[in-house]
Design a protein around this ligand. Structure first.
Ligand SMILES: [Zn+2]
Ligand SMILES: [Zn+2]
Length: 429
């Protein structure tokens, strides 16, 4: 069966997360978005672990469901149209590894996926001797990523270990500031145990496939949601049984069970292009090279973004397609599309009201963005929206790349005029 999987999330015990990042919050938004498997995040945090123990119960092998007494209350607050979506949880955590190797400080984030609460507590026990797991849902450990991988392999071979958002400049395997140039450099003799990597919001599979070293691993995507309403902004599509071991084996062998990924337009990510946020300098990789990597305002080196970094490490040109490529679907979150159609902010009342109305009538967000016919959206009375979703599906969007911590923007309409013209045509029809 087709499963939409989002392994990388955070609880309210992680820094800079929403108070709604609870199991109930993740469950609720999983239904609204249409996600089958949601990572719990933060499983090494002792208080979050207690919540997992209290509120979840075993479902299929290695998967968990929210206990009925908690689920019923959430279901009662949701429209009928999205209640049918079954939600399963999978145990995950992100670790921040900060250490020095080959004479340089390295900062990598790594995602760990585990099959049982016993494995989770065994991992937690080992890590509790290395750093303070209570300080943050995403603990910071002075531990080499390779040693973390070794601990996982020793604890349970069914653990899935995934270098997270591998291109983020400051906190990632291939980050331009504190990463490495290859999986081999970071993981040495354990390199072959790296079976998957996470693209992060600023890169897409096409960018990753340009590197020969990434063609042997599964390319997966997750939301890294710090608030449950951001769940599924990226996700992985898996065709497998509802079973931890089937899902994880599929990812580890990168076979046909990995169907592909649902992606942000990578330019929307905060570190796609190069530049300096404070000096409003945004450079393409070519422009950075023309400026010898220096910001014309402060004369210091610009922050090198993901596009540039990929280009530095790539073996293949931008249009390269590997023989075993997977499905890549680009989406814009529905609430952002509605905001653009309405011409107001994403968190304004009319936008949130319409968002709720749309999923109350048409069902979950992924169904609307990916599957529902344009005609059905139109017939439900959402003319402008159907037009916008059609343009998104065809990739007819206007792109302003993000840089140095500033999100990029992806617009469906060229300008206000195009939007006005559209609503004029719509009312004539
Ligand atoms: Zn991270
Ligand atoms: Zn500058």
């Amino acid at each position: 069966m087709e499963l939409i999987v989002d392994l990388h999330t955070h609880s309210h015990y992680s820094r800079a997360t929403s108070r709604d990042s609870t199991l109930e919050g993740l469950y609720k938004w999983g239904k609204i978005k249409g996600i089958s498997i949601i990572g719990t995040g933060d499983f090494t945090h002792p208080s979050w672990y207690l919540e997992l123990q209290e509120k979840l119960e075993p479902a299929e092998p290695g998967l968990f469901r929210l206990k009925e007494k908690y689920a019923l209350e959430v279901d009662a607050s949701l429209p009928q149209s999205i209640q049918g979506q079954a939600i399963r949880f999978i145990l995950t955590v992100e670790i921040s590894n900060i250490y020095s190797k080959y004479g340089k400080v390295r900062k990598l984030h790594n995602l760990i996926v585990a099959p049982t609460l016993e494995v989770v507590s065994a991992v937690g026990e080992r890590l509790s001797h290395i750093g303070n797991l209570k300080a943050d849902g995403r603990p910071i450990l002075g531990l080499d990523s390779k040693e973390l991988l070794k601990i996982c392999l020793e604890t349970d071979p069914n653990i899935l270990f995934i270098p997270a958002h591998i291109w983020t400049p400051y906190f990632a395997l291939f980050g331009s500031n504190s990463g490495f140039d290859s999986i081999q450099e970071a993981f040495e003799e354990l390199s072959l145990e790296i079976k998957a990597i996470e693209t992060g919001l600023s890169s897409d599979p096409f960018m990753n496939w340009r590197l020969d070293q990434l063609q042997k691993v599964a390319i997966i995507s997750n939301s890294d949601a710090h608030s449950p309403s951001k769940l599924g902004r990226e996700a992985t599509v898996i065709d497998s049984k509802l079973d931890y071991f089937d899902i994880v084996q599929g990812i580890k062998t990168n076979d046909q069970r990995v169907v592909g990924t649902i992606e942000f337009f990578p330019q929307e990510g905060k570190y796609h292009y190069d530049g300096h946020r404070d000096h409003h300098v945004r450079f393409s990789p070519q422009e950075t090279k023309q400026h010898q990597g220096i910001c014309p305002v402060c004369h210091k080196p610009v922050t090198v973004g993901v596009d540039h970094r990929v280009d530095d490490l790539a073996n293949h040109p931008t249009d390269y397609k590997p023989p075993n490529d997977k499905l890549v679907e680009y989406i814009i979150p529905l609430v952002e599309i509605i905001a653009e159609v309405k011409g107001t902010g994403v968190s304004s009342k009319p936008v949130l009201g319409l968002y709720e109305k749309v999923y109350s009538i048409l069902g979950n967000e992924f169904n609307i963005l990916r599957r529902l016919s344009i005609d059905a959206i139109k017939k439900a009375g959402f003319d402008d929206l159907s037009f916008a979703i059609d343009k998104m599906r065809k990739g007819q969007v206007v792109i302003e790349p993000g840089y140095d911590g500033v999100y990029g923007t992806i617009k469906i309409f060229q300008d206000k005029e195009e939007r006005k013209k559209l609503s004029g045509q719509m009312s004539l029809l």
